[in-house]
Every structure is written in structure tokens, then in C-alpha cells.
Design a protein around this ligand. Structure first.
Ligand SMILES: *Cc1c(COP(=O)(O)O)cnc(C)c1O
Length: 375
């Protein structure tokens, strides 16, 4: 892959991998089921527009985001693509989402009425997806009868179009937990009755984990994010699910220095050389999204080998112990996420060290890090 001239740190996103992952998800759900590419939060840090384009090349037919501003940005790149804003919207943001031609979520009568007024003002219909909270306990209405009442009110309102009925799973990523079945049982009858009300409405529930785990969750469309970017929703090895990680995070060795025994690296002197050693300094730090909790608790690849992060990670720099003898030289490339030689550091590995999930790792690569995209 080609990219910009390397600066202090850079991320490369393989849009070919995103396209292939979309293709794999599309094959997993089969012909009759739509793939909606979830590209919120700048495509989990991967770059919304190029990833959306790649996902659509791979078979996605719709795009979903969390916020009105995200829909606005995508609309500039994709004049025709169906957009869905999944999140809660203030009145101002609803207006922006509709200006962007997006479909929106509804689960309260007050919001439905607001949409109806906006439809009348605009002289064009507003497309709504009624949301059932089948157990996630976040957005959506819990009571199935209220969900259906809302769906009926949408269907009967000339200014509104009942475009979908949907829900979201709380623990699809925990294999073996029966709560997914409970949520399915709660949602399936709601979905069925919405279909009777509005035969054109699409029913959707599955995120990446549910999509890969259980075909009963597929309904008319699946909403996949994390798997699209080649990360494993179950926090294992994405390769075992046929997914290719799309993001690489790289920097370089700016300096290599001899440390006598007892010398310390970084703020707070949290690490001291036990014996004479070489230390490599990388111009990347928590200001770039390399979390400070990886201090003395992570590794970076240089010359195809794992090198421990030593000392406290600072905003702009971090230090590696290269050992008593080293062939590492200033200018050598350093890989924080991705492969080098035979080695690879995956987002899942960093997530485990940080007691978080891979989603947060790539979302955390800061805007200071330039992204380049190549197939
Ligand atoms: C983020 C999100 C998704 C995508 O989830 P993944 O686990 O990344 O596939 C789907 N649906 C909703 C409502 C979301 O917020």
C-alpha cells in the first residue's frame, strides 16, 4: 500500500480489507438480507467516507450512523445512498438529519408528532424506524403494545412512512448466553405485526456478533460495524472468522540511546534499566491515541520483533527497551497495530491489555494521526 510521506505517526486503512469483510458478511447473510454498514464515529476511527464506499463495493446497500452530523458528512460523498441515523436526536439535529435525507429512529409519540410536523413543513415524507427495546435497556420502547401503537400511528400519518422496525442486542458477543434468545422472542412478534401493518417496512436487529452467531437474528437486514473493519466482535482472532483487520498504526524510531543501569525513562521514573541497555524513542503517545495505561504494559514491533514499552507513555512520545545489544537504528519503522515480518499486534491484544474492547482501540486513534486509505 502507498501512503503519504511518513510523519511522526500514521494510520493506514486497507479499504480492500473493508470491501472483502463486507463481502464475507454479505455471503454469511445470503441473498435476501441487506447489509447495512455501520460507519458511525468515523467508521470506528477508520475514516467514514472511504470505508462506506468500500463497504458498498463489497455488497452493503445502506449506511448507518449515530449522529446527524455524521449523516450530513456522508451525504456530501454519497448523494444516493440510503442513510439511517440510529441515535437520539434533538429537534435541531432531527432537522439536520432530514436535510441530509436520512431515515431516523422513533420510540416516543412526542418525537413521532415532531416528525409529522416537520414532514408537513417540508412537504415531504419522513421515513421512520420504530425501535423496540427488547432488553438492551438503552434507546427504544420496552412495551410491545406501545411500539405497535407507534408503528400504527406512523403508518396512518400521511406525512410519515413506516420504513422499519428494529431492536438491538445487549450480549450478542457473549457466546452461550441465552439472553439473545430472550430478546429474539420478545422482538419477533413485534416484527411480525409491523410487517402486517406496513409490508414495505424492513425488520432489523443484528449487529456483527449476532450476524456471525445466529441466522435467526438476520431478518431483512443486518447492521454491521466492527466486523467490517476486520475486528472480532468476540474479541478473539478475526482471521478465524475470515475477517481481515483494516487498520495499521505505525510510527518510527526517532532515536536510539544507551542507558546505564539505573537510568529511568519518562515521567515519574516508572521504569529503570536493570542493566545497561538500549532504549528506542518513538514520536507517538497518548495524544495520538496510544493509551497511557500501556505504559510498562505493551509491546511495539520493530524489525519484526516485539519490543516492550518501558516507562510512562507521554502525550507525544514513548520509549521501548531494545535490550543490551540491538540492530535497531533511528528511522526504523515501528508498528503499534498491524503486522511486521512474522509478527502482528492486533487491536484485540491491546484491548485485552487495557481491559477494554477492540472497538475502543481504533476509535481512540486520535485526529492528530493522519489516515491514508489504499486498496
Ligand atoms: C454500533 C451499532 C451497531 C454495530 O455494532 P457492531 O457490534 O460494531 O457490529 C449496530 N446497531 C446499533 C444500534 C449500534 O449502535
Amino acid at each position: 500500500m502507498s501512503g503519504p510521506e511518513p510523519g511522526r505517526a500514521w494510520a493506514r486503512i486497507d479499504t480492500g480489507a473493508v470491501e472483502a469483510n463486507a463481502g464475507a458478511l454479505k455471503r454469511a447473510v445470503g441473498e435476501g438480507v441487506e447489509l447495512c454498514a455501520v460507519v458511525k464515529a468515523d467508521a470506528y476511527g477508520h475514516g467514514a467516507a472511504p470505508c462506506a464506499a468500500a463497504a458498498m463495493r463489497g455488497g452493503a446497500t445502506r449506511l448507518a450512523v449515530a449522529a446527524a452530523a455524521e449523516a450530513e458528512e456522508l451525504r456530501q460523498h454519497f448523494p444516493e445512498a440510503p442513510l439511517f441515523v440510529m441515535g437520539a436526536l434533538s429537534e435541531r439535529d432531527l432537522s439536520r438529519a432530514l436535510d441530509a435525507g436520512a431515515e431516523v429512529a422513533v420510540w416516543r409519540e412526542g418525537f413521532r408528532a415532531l416528525c409529522s410536523r416537520m414532514a408537513a413543513q417540508r412537504g415531504e415524507s419522513v421515513r421512520l424506524h420504530v425501535k423496540h427495546d427488547s432488553g438492551m435497556g438503552r434507546l427504544g420502547e420496552r412495551d410491545p403494545e406501545l411500539v405497535l401503537g407507534l408503528a400504527r400511528a406512523c403508518a396512518e400519518d400521511d406525512g410519515l412512512e413506516l420504513a422499519g422496525a428494529w431492536t438491538h442486542f445487549a450480549i450478542a458477543d457473549e457466546l452461550g448466553d441465552p439472553f439473545l434468545d430472550e430478546q429474539l422472542e420478545a422482538f419477533a412478534p413485534v416484527a411480525e405485526r409491523v410487517r402486517e401493518l406496513a409490508p414495505g417496512a424492513i425488520v432489523h436487529a443484528a449487529n456483527s456478533a449476532a450476524t456471525l452467531r445466529d441466522p435467526r437474528t438476520h431478518f431483512d437486514m443486518v447492521r454491521c460495524g466492527v466486523a467490517l473493519y476486520g475486528m472480532d466482535p468476540f474479541q478473539g482472532d478475526p482471521a478465524e472468522r475470515g475477517l481481515a483487520p483494516a487498520l495499521e498504526l505505525r510510527s518510527y524510531v526517532a532515536d536510539v540511546k544507551r542507558f546505564p543501569a539505573g537510568a529511568s525513562a519518562g515521567y515519574g521514573r516508572s521504569w529503570r534499566a536493570e542493566a545497561e541497555t538500549w532504549v528506542g524513542v518513538l514520536p507517538i503517545g497518548y495524544g495520538d491515541g496510544v493509551r497511557r495505561a500501556l505504559s510498562n504494559n505493551g509491546e511495539v514491533l520493530v524489525r519484526g520483533r516485539r519490543r516492550p514499552i518501558v516507562g510512562t507513555i507521554s502525550m507525544d512520545n514513548l520509549t521501548l527497551d531494545l535490550g543490551p545489544e540491538t540492530d535497531v537504528e533511528p528511522g526504523d519503522e515501528a508498528v503499534l497495530i498491524g503486522p511486521q515480518g512474522e509478527e502482528r499486534i492486533r487491536a484485540e491484544e491491546l484491548a485485552a491489555a487495557l481491559e477494554t474492547i477492540n472497538y475502543e482501540i481504533t476509535c481512540g486513534v486520535s485526529p492528530r494521526v493522519p489516515r491514508s486509505h489504499a486498496r
